[in-house]
Design a protein around this ligand. Structure first.
Ligand code: FES
Length: 204
């Protein structure tokens, strides 16, 4: 994983500091985005304290929606992609820095997510919501098309407000942006009930 990313899959080096991460001159926008976002967390206090895997029920997650949980002090996003969102991933690859997720695979992309969707199931995308540049939390920009700070051919994805890095709906970073790498896909797996996920543990 990039040395610039302030989190690691072991001891949490940046324990909850993502909330207050400063991103140089661009920090204000990032913090303004992150603060209301924290109130959506509903983590188990026990799991938070132990850094344990987190179980998540996604039965209420509708197509096009995102749910955020906390794991090891980091926001983890779960997005239920629509068929249109999935289709967009095949169209933007010429614009991506690492479309095949080959960089830092051991840290960023588990073997079961080394595919175009960067996921086990095409419709469910899971990523650590921390920019690989300096650690701000990107904002959702799911709607395709022209909009402020984004190009006219925007396919839908995420925009980091700190320095303008953009990521597609599989967390793949666009070329010529400050962020060096794709967003991290954390270890995860489905339970027997396909609507139940475990974040932080897999069967690998
Ligand atoms: S922290 Fe700089 S672009 Fe995201």
């Amino acid at each position: 994983m990039s040395e610039s990313l302030a989190v690691r899959d072991g001891v949490d080096e940046s324990k909850r500091t993502w909330v207050a991460i400063t991103c140089g001159a661009g920090a204000v926008a990032g913090i303004a985005t992150a603060i209301p976002f924290v109130s959506t967390f509903a983590p188990s206090e026990r799991a938070k304290a132990a850094g344990a895997p987190v179980e998540v029920d996604i039965s209420d997650l509708k197509p096009g929606e995102k749910k955020t949980v906390e794991w090891r002090g980091q926001p983890v996003w779960i997005v239920r992609r629509t068929p249109e969102m999935i289709a967009s991933l095949a169209k933007d690859e010429a614009e991506l820095a690492d479309p095949d997720s080959k960089r830092n695979q051991d840290d960023l992309t588990p073997s079961y997510a080394r595919n175009r969707n960067r996921s086990i199931k095409p419709e469910v995308f899971i990523a650590v919501g921390i920019c690989t540049h300096l650690g701000c939390s990107p904002s959702d920009r799911f709607s395709p098309g022209a909009q402020p700070s984004l190009p006219a051919d925007w396919p839908g994805g995420f925009l980091c407000p700190c320095h303008g890095s953009t990521f597609d709906l599989a967390g793949r970073v666009f070329k010529n942006k400050p962020a060096p790498d794709n967003l991290r896909v954390p270890p995860h797996m489905y339970m027997a009930d396909a609507n139940k996920l475990v974040i932080g543990e897999d069967k690998a």
